[in-house]
Design a protein around this ligand. Structure first.
Ligand code: NAP
Length: 435
């Protein structure tokens, strides 16, 4: 029997479990460990609450979770309840599928002022992550600046712009819905340090910005390159740029009854956050592209009002003591996922925060191949019996998948009309709800 411990129950974790089941059949026991009592990581806490169809992939993970040789071990924190070294003693393979939950920080003067928030925190807040339930973002001001031109920046802008009606059918948590209903936001500025041809926004997500009830995108046509240049772009990117061109062509009459503007400010990077005690303005510097298509400042600066700044500039995997780590890139150091025989990383923890949820599937299968090469038939380790004994001795209250199903039922039961669930945002409440 082979014993595998996967740390993290998001997409990378479940695809790895699925791949290991395929590779080893009945000759494997897999424990999927998560520090929270609820599974699915990024699907629950990262994917936008108004993108329910993307969240449906969790049904596939549930199939894996409900098989006999897979167990969910929630409410177990690697680092606090058990160390990676201890897991390596107990399991033939330990796989770090811990994602990249920490924000890359915007290291500019003033970025520590109140009202400067990273996307991990803001997204976690509206998605009910227990770590960010108390964030209380300042939504009373008129001007929000969102830094970054990726899909997370789009999610953040869209969530800020939507009306209550537009959240129908979503699972945005109650505290966020109430706060957004009372929001005073009138202008959302998306700062891109490069141009329209360098955005990292995908067409479907970008198109949604043009369909909002009370909000309308604005793009200065002068920022757009010659239309003929779009032919050089790959098809997905070309579609995205087509949306930008359509936004630039929106007539003023259409804007008249829109109360929120989403302003794309290209070739602009933030260089300083200003304010007394809290953010009040952002100094931006105009940029141009160098020969390598990187942005460089031109020295031309302007100051824009800002009541809240949300930086959506990427994420980092938190290091774990004793595990080799690439500090520059914010991910574990590995050779294609093999940190050393018996210890692996997968998903964002391996490659950094890029790609779609589906990208984690081939990642999981590739890691299962490496594990198969390294561990043979298994080394007669204790696996979950050993884990349970250690956790019991330490008083850790392990939450099982059956417990999660009870928590899930309770969340479904308390949902507002039309919403699939009202998430618990407090770990204690989750544990109480397991029955
Ligand atoms: P991303 O796609 O890497 O975008 C990050 C953005 O931040 C880029 O525009 C980047 O500009 C900019 N940036 C980085 N450092 C900056 C700085 N110091 N100052 C100003 N701008 C800076 O990352 P993401 O938006 O966090 O998304 C992460 C991954 O999740 C992506 O693969 C994304 O597609 C995926 N995702 C998908 C969906 C969806 O499919 N619905 C939703 C959310 C996220 P440069 O290009 O100039 O570096």
């Amino acid at each position: 029997m082979r014993h595998l411990a996967i740390i993290g129950s998001g997409p990378a974790g479940y695809y790895t479990a699925e791949a290991a089941q395929k590779a080893f059949g009945d000759d494997v026991h897999i424990d999927i460990i998560d520090r929270l009592p609820v599974p699915y990581g990024l699907i629950r806490f990262g994917v936008a609450p108004d993108h329910q169809s993307i969240k449906n992939v969790s049904r596939r993970y549930e199939k894996v979770a409900l098989t006999d040789n897979v167990r969910f071990a929630g409410n177990v924190s690697v680092g606090d309840d058990i160390s990676v070294a201890e897991l390596q003693e107990l399991y033939d393979a330990v796989i770090l599928a811990t994602g990249a939950p920490n924000d890359r920080t915007l290291d500019i003067p003033g970025s520590d002022l109140d009202g400067v928030i990273g996307s991990a925190a803001f997204v976690g807040w509206y998605n009910g992550h227990p770590d960010f339930a108390e964030l209380n973002p300042p939504l009373d001001g008129k001007n929000v600046v969102v830094v970054g031109n990726g899909n997370v920046a789009l999610d953040v802008a869209r969530i800020l712009a939507k009306t209550e009606t537009e959240f129908a059918g979503s699972d945005i948590v109650g505290h966020a819905l109430e706060a957004l209903k009372a929001s005073g936001v009138e202008k959302i500025t998306l700062l891109g340090r490069r141009g329209p041809h360098q955005i990292a926004m995908t067409p479907k997500e970008l198109g949604e910005l043009g369909q909002l009830e009370r909000a309308c995108p604005r793009i200065d046509p002068h920022d757009l390159p010659d239309e003929g240049d779009d032919a050089m772009l790959e098809p997905g990117m070309r579609k995205s740029v087509t949306h930008l061109r359509a936004f630039a062509a929106i007539p003023e009459e259409y804007r008249a009854d829109k109360s929120v503007e989403i302003d794309f400010d290209f070739f602009a990077m933030p260089v300083e956050v200003q304010g007394t005690g809290k953010v009040e303005a952002v100094v931006i510097e105009e940029t141009e592209l160098d020969a390598d298509m990187r942005s460089k400042g031109t020295g031309n600066r302007a100051t824009i009002p800002c009541d809240m700044l949300i930086s959506c500039i990427g994420y980092r995997t938190p290091p774990i003591e004793g595990v080799p780590y690439e500090h520059g890139r914010g991910r574990f150091a590995s050779d294609e996922g093999r940190i050393m025989p018996g210890l692996y990383c997968v998903g964002w923890a391996r490659r950094g925060p890029t790609g779609t949820i589906g990208t984690n599937r081939p990642d999981g299968y590739a890691i299962a191949d490496l594990i198969a090469e390294d561990i043979g038939e298994g080394a007669g380790k204790q696996g979950r019996e050993g884990l349970d004994a250690l956790l019991e001795a330490r008083g850790t209250d392990l939450v099982t998948f059956r417990d999660w199903k009870n928590i899930e039922q309770a969340e479904i039961g308390r949902a507002r009309d039309g919403s699939p669930r009202e998430k618990f945002v407090d770990v204690g409440d989750m544990i109480k709800a397991r029955g």
